[in-house]
Design a protein. Structure first.
Lengths: 145, 145
DNA sequence: GGGAACCCTGTAGCCGGTATAGAGTCAAGC
DNA sequence: GCTTGACTCTATACCGGCTACAGGGTTCCC
């Protein structure tokens, strides 16, 4: 099958398939005499695997690692566990940060109803006030991933 | 004050200050005879404002818009409200997606205890199985922001 | 043989910075 | 006066995970 069909069957863009090949996530397939990529069912299976991992937001580098591990089926799988653990921790942390953020934004939004002029806008006031109250390094380190 | 002091007092990297200037978020300051940027207190205030908005994960383009609005204090502030609403909706949606993801990952993690060999790894099995079961377009459109 | 749909490579753009290279400037100490 | 080290300058490239575009070649159907 050619790249268009592969992409359609995995639900991705053609460009993405070529990108995964460049990035070493999908083995380079054979070529037709005219230079078109020719894929087999194994390529589709692997591409779907990659996409499923991506739908779990696992970074490409980790997926590359998992694929390498899966290919050597006799090794202990502690690394897979560790990898999922690390990723899960990342997700939990990010979710908690978003929850805090959501609360702050909701509070902010409640400061200003419609129809005011800018000069009386509670949101702007609140933003400016909060910014002034901020210490030097409170968002500098540690808060960003 | 020079760029280093400004950056330290706002808790950002020196590079970031120059980046904000290039992006039009921070007014280009005067220069000393030797070409060093010379900032006043207004610059610090504005930089802190930008950083506070960023700590709320508001995109730079939106911050630029808010700054322009704040400078014209006689206009109605409906646009500020709308902007915060849109951002809040974005955050809510992303948080919900992360919650779903967290549940999926936790379920996945429970498939494999430590010490197995790869061939018996429940996580890999589960990942492969799930990938096979996937229809063509289930993650292609709509699911990503 | 003409046009649509497909494929190829290479390159640039998105976001919000971060990192590097290579050069100039300034203040303090010897 | 000279060196050292901290600071500053510009320009450019890099990160992830794609996406888009330019400028060509191929295949297939009417």
């Amino acid at each position: 099958m050619r790249i268009g069909e592969l992409a359609r069957r995995a639900g991705v863009d053609v460009q993405t398939v070529r990108y995964y090949e460049r990035e070493g996530l999908l083995e380079a397939p054979g070529r037709t005499p005219s230079g078109y990529r020719a894929y087999g069912p194994a390529h589709l299976e692997r591409l779907r695997f990659v996409r499923h991992c991506r739908s779990l937001d696992i970074p490409l580098a980790d997926i590359r690692r998992v694929l390498a591990l899966a290919d050597s089926r006799s090794v202990a799988c502690d690394e897979v566990n560790r990898l999922v653990d690390v990723h899960l921790a990342r997700v939990r942390e990010r979710r908690a940060a978003l929850e805090r953020l959501e609360r702050q934004l909701a509070a902010l939004r409640s400061q200003c109803a419609s129809g005011h002029r800018i000069a009386d806008c509670g949101i702007l006031e609140e933003l400016i006030h909060a910014a002034q109250g901020e210490a030097c390094a409170c968002h500098a380190e540690g808060e960003r991933r």
